[in-house]
Design a protein around this ligand. Structure first.
Ligand code: SF4
Ligand code: SF4
Length: 132
Protein backbone atom coordinates (compact mmCIF):
# COMPACT_ATOMS: atom_id res chain seq x y z
CA UNK A 1 0.00 0.00 0.00
CA UNK A 2 1.47 3.36 -1.05
CA UNK A 3 2.08 5.94 1.64
CA UNK A 4 2.36 8.71 -0.94
CA UNK A 5 -0.44 11.11 -1.81
CA UNK A 6 -1.62 11.51 -5.41
CA UNK A 7 0.22 14.83 -5.58
CA UNK A 8 3.46 13.24 -4.39
CA UNK A 9 3.13 10.44 -6.92
CA UNK A 10 2.45 12.95 -9.71
CA UNK A 11 5.52 14.86 -8.63
CA UNK A 12 7.65 11.68 -8.67
CA UNK A 13 6.44 10.89 -12.19
CA UNK A 14 7.30 14.44 -13.31
CA UNK A 15 10.74 14.03 -11.76
CA UNK A 16 11.35 10.82 -13.72
CA UNK A 17 10.22 12.57 -16.91
CA UNK A 18 12.42 15.57 -16.15
CA UNK A 19 15.56 13.53 -15.45
CA UNK A 20 15.03 11.17 -18.40
CA UNK A 21 13.69 13.77 -20.83
CA UNK A 22 11.09 11.18 -21.85
CA UNK A 23 7.30 11.18 -21.71
CA UNK A 24 6.14 8.02 -19.96
CA UNK A 25 2.70 8.31 -21.47
CA UNK A 26 3.91 8.02 -25.06
CA UNK A 27 4.32 4.29 -24.43
CA UNK A 28 1.35 2.23 -25.65
CA UNK A 29 2.59 -1.08 -24.28
CA UNK A 30 3.35 -2.89 -27.53
CA UNK A 31 6.19 -4.80 -25.82
CA UNK A 32 8.70 -4.49 -28.69
CA UNK A 33 11.32 -3.05 -26.33
CA UNK A 34 11.08 -6.05 -24.07
CA UNK A 35 11.10 -8.56 -26.93
CA UNK A 36 14.50 -7.19 -27.95
CA UNK A 37 15.96 -6.65 -24.49
CA UNK A 38 18.96 -8.88 -23.85
CA UNK A 39 18.55 -8.56 -20.09
CA UNK A 40 14.76 -8.92 -19.79
CA UNK A 41 14.93 -12.54 -18.61
CA UNK A 42 17.11 -11.47 -15.70
CA UNK A 43 14.78 -8.68 -14.59
CA UNK A 44 12.14 -9.05 -11.90
CA UNK A 45 9.87 -6.66 -13.83
CA UNK A 46 10.02 -6.55 -17.64
CA UNK A 47 11.04 -3.23 -19.19
CA UNK A 48 7.62 -2.44 -20.67
CA UNK A 49 5.96 -3.33 -17.36
CA UNK A 50 8.24 -0.88 -15.55
CA UNK A 51 6.80 1.86 -17.76
CA UNK A 52 3.24 0.61 -17.20
CA UNK A 53 3.74 0.71 -13.44
CA UNK A 54 4.95 4.27 -13.69
CA UNK A 55 1.96 5.21 -15.88
CA UNK A 56 -0.32 3.72 -13.22
CA UNK A 57 1.38 5.65 -10.44
CA UNK A 58 3.04 2.60 -8.89
CA UNK A 59 6.27 4.55 -8.64
CA UNK A 60 7.42 3.22 -5.28
CA UNK A 61 6.93 -0.36 -6.46
CA UNK A 62 8.86 0.34 -9.66
CA UNK A 63 11.67 1.90 -7.64
CA UNK A 64 11.91 -1.26 -5.51
CA UNK A 65 12.45 -3.38 -8.62
CA UNK A 66 15.96 -4.58 -9.46
CA UNK A 67 15.32 -4.14 -13.20
CA UNK A 68 16.96 -0.71 -13.43
CA UNK A 69 20.19 -2.24 -12.06
CA UNK A 70 20.06 -5.20 -14.45
CA UNK A 71 19.54 -2.92 -17.49
CA UNK A 72 22.75 -2.85 -19.50
CA UNK A 73 21.97 0.55 -21.05
CA UNK A 74 22.41 -1.03 -24.48
CA UNK A 75 19.68 1.12 -26.14
CA UNK A 76 18.21 -1.84 -28.06
CA UNK A 77 14.80 -0.89 -26.65
CA UNK A 78 15.10 2.66 -27.94
CA UNK A 79 15.93 1.38 -31.43
CA UNK A 80 12.90 -0.92 -31.48
CA UNK A 81 10.30 1.42 -30.01
CA UNK A 82 7.73 2.61 -32.58
CA UNK A 83 6.93 5.57 -30.32
CA UNK A 84 10.60 6.55 -29.88
CA UNK A 85 10.47 6.09 -26.13
CA UNK A 86 14.01 5.92 -24.77
CA UNK A 87 13.56 3.32 -22.08
CA UNK A 88 17.30 3.27 -21.32
CA UNK A 89 16.99 6.90 -20.20
CA UNK A 90 14.00 6.04 -18.02
CA UNK A 91 15.97 3.21 -16.38
CA UNK A 92 18.82 5.66 -15.86
CA UNK A 93 16.45 8.18 -14.26
CA UNK A 94 15.25 5.49 -11.83
CA UNK A 95 18.86 4.67 -10.92
CA UNK A 96 19.68 8.36 -10.43
CA UNK A 97 16.70 8.77 -8.09
CA UNK A 98 17.74 5.73 -6.07
CA UNK A 99 21.32 6.92 -5.82
CA UNK A 100 20.27 10.43 -4.80
CA UNK A 101 18.04 8.92 -2.15
CA UNK A 102 20.93 6.99 -0.67
CA UNK A 103 20.65 3.45 -2.02
CA UNK A 104 23.70 1.59 -0.68
CA UNK A 105 26.54 1.94 -3.14
CA UNK A 106 29.43 -0.34 -4.03
CA UNK A 107 32.93 0.77 -3.14
CA UNK A 108 35.79 -0.39 -5.40
CA UNK A 109 37.35 -2.44 -2.59
CA UNK A 110 34.13 -4.49 -2.33
CA UNK A 111 34.55 -5.84 -5.86
CA UNK A 112 36.00 -9.32 -6.09
CA UNK A 113 39.62 -9.43 -7.38
CA UNK A 114 38.62 -12.04 -9.96
CA UNK A 115 35.99 -9.70 -11.42
CA UNK A 116 38.58 -6.91 -11.64
CA UNK A 117 41.05 -9.26 -13.37
CA UNK A 118 38.61 -10.76 -15.85
CA UNK A 119 36.15 -8.02 -16.68
CA UNK A 120 37.01 -5.69 -19.58
CA UNK A 121 38.07 -2.28 -18.30
CA UNK A 122 35.15 -0.67 -20.13
CA UNK A 123 32.73 -2.96 -18.26
CA UNK A 124 34.21 -1.97 -14.90
CA UNK A 125 34.03 1.73 -15.72
CA UNK A 126 30.46 1.52 -16.97
CA UNK A 127 29.48 -0.61 -13.95
CA UNK A 128 30.82 2.00 -11.58
CA UNK A 129 28.97 4.71 -13.44
CA UNK A 130 25.80 2.87 -12.45
CA UNK A 131 26.65 1.66 -8.96
CA UNK A 132 28.60 4.44 -7.28
S1 SF4 B 1 8.45 -0.47 -27.53
FE1 SF4 B 1 7.97 1.63 -26.87
S2 SF4 B 1 5.74 1.80 -27.00
FE2 SF4 B 1 6.27 -0.38 -27.07
S3 SF4 B 1 6.13 -1.05 -24.91
FE3 SF4 B 1 8.26 -0.49 -25.29
S4 SF4 B 1 8.44 1.65 -24.69
FE4 SF4 B 1 6.27 1.20 -24.90
S1 SF4 C 1 18.70 -0.44 -22.48
FE1 SF4 C 1 18.14 -1.76 -20.74
S2 SF4 C 1 15.93 -2.08 -20.95
FE2 SF4 C 1 16.70 -1.32 -22.93
S3 SF4 C 1 17.11 -3.18 -24.15
FE3 SF4 C 1 19.03 -2.57 -23.14
S4 SF4 C 1 19.06 -3.75 -21.23
FE4 SF4 C 1 16.95 -3.78 -21.98
Amino acid sequence: MSTKTKTEIASMIKRIELISGESLFKCYQCGKCTAGCVMADEMDISPYKVIRMLQLGLVEKALKSESMWICAACFACRERCPKEVDLAKIMEALRVIQIREGKPLIEPDQVDDKVIEEMPQQGIVSGFRKYN
